[in-house]
Design a protein around this ligand. Structure first.
Ligand code: TXA
Ligand code: MG
Length: 346
């Protein structure tokens, strides 16, 4: 795509930087693309109801056209016009988890163009807890389609610097906000199936969803590689994802076995990514991604860590697999994809 001028709009506080929020809102209302911070990851936003504006999201990211976008709202008042039916279960989820890192898939209304829904008859909606994100939606006056603001296939951006790295010259503006507090994308659940189904794990956990809804299925694609040519429930799951330039190999096993394996397989420009408790066992360059049981810390640092492998010139990384429990399931789900499903069990 041709290079466009990208403006930087700094927002440190919604009162302090009222003018930049208004400006971001004005650009979005005019059909422009603006990267905004949210509590999960930065999102590349445009008016969800304007097919022309949404087309710019796809070209800026290099995103396949059949991969649908999440629509962001600032309040429950925005919801009814976006959906064809409003399931009672959606209201129960919204009551408990919105604003927050949960995306709910429902049958879409005609207001959502097919380019936004990737050709599907459903729409994914979320109300972010980030005050900056909600203030920008309010200022724009429209629901905002926003995928993660990375180049398609790369790790999602959790800081302003990540967005500048991937998107300078490709979008109309980038809002410079704080680093994202959660660090992995929202939990995605569909209510368009007979039994509600988790499509992507995130900070709202499966156990929390079951507390509200009772039965919730977990899509097979969360833990496994989708077979080729099968219809996946969430198109995003079939694409290569979250991959740094370095080869990522995910390793399952005890701390001792992990250390022994990586210490004997280390070659040049190769590093280990492990838990804090294991750092002293490593005889090769090692990066730490939190304590073994601290899943929230792992989620928070994950994408920055994957990006830093490339900054450090690493060509290979052995990553000690996290426990796929609670938010750890989200960390594990992103890591098996960034490893292209290359997993070694010791
Ligand atoms: O936390 C987040 O959700 C971030 C921030 C910016 O809000 N956004 C985000 O968007 O992660 P994206 O586009 O990177 O991921 C959206 C995922 C994709 O896997 C997509 O396939 C799935 O949600 N999705 C969206 N609409 C869907 C639909 N109607 N049916 C099934 N899956 C859908
Ligand atoms: Mg994404």
């Amino acid at each position: 795509m041709e290079n466009i001028e990208t403006r930087i709009l700094t927002v440190r506080g919604i009162e302090r930087d009222r003018e930049n929020i208004a400006e971001a809102g004005r650009l979005l209302r005019e059909g422009k693309t603006v990267i905004i911070p949210t509590e999960t990851v930065y999102g590349l936003a445009a008016n969800a109801c304007d097919p022309h504006a949404v087309a710019h999201i796809f070209s800026a990211k290099g995103r396949p056209q059949d991969n649908p976008l999440i629509v962001h709202i600032d309040s429950l008042e925005m919801l009814p016009s976006l959906v064809n039916v409003l399931p009672e279960a959606a209201l129960r989820l919204a009551n408990r988890f919105w604003p927050g890192p949960l995306t709910i898939i429902m049958p879409k209304s005609d207001k959502i163009p097919y380019i936004t829904s990737g050709g599907l008859d459903t729409v994914a909606v979320r109300m972010p807890s980030s005050e900056t994100a909600r203030a920008i939606i309010t200022a724009s006056g429209v629901p905002l389609a926003a995928p993660s603001a990375n180049l398609s296939g790369s790790p999602s951006p959790t800081t302003f610097a990540h967005c500048v790295h991937d998107m300078m010259g490709r979008v109309d503006a980038i809002v410079e906000g704080e680093p994202c507090s959660v660090g992995v994308e929202s939990t995605v659940i569909t209510l368009a199936t007979k039994i509600p189904r988790l499509l992507r794990p995130g900070a709202v956990t499966l156990a929390q969803l079951r507390e509200v809804l009772g039965e919730v299925e977990m899509d097979r694609c969360i833990l496994e590689q989708p077979e080729e040519n099968i219809k996946v429930s969430s198109p995003g799951m079939k694409y290569k994802h979250y991959a740094p330039g370095a080869d990522v190999i995910l390793i399952k096993g005890s701390a001792e076995n992990f250390a022994q394996y990586v210490n004997t397989h280390a070659d040049t420009d190769c590093c280990a990514v492990c838990f804090e408790e294991e750092m002293s066992l490593m005889h090769l360059p090692a990066l730490c991604y939190g304590k073994t049981e601290d899943y929230a810390a792992q989620a928070h640092i994950l994408f920055d860590l994957l990006r830093s492998l490339d900054d450090k010139g690493m060509t290979k990384a052995y990553i000690h697999s996290p426990h796929p429990e609670g938010i750890g399931l989200a960390v594990y789900n992103r890591l098996i994809r960034s490893a292209g499903f290359h997993v070694i069990e010791l």
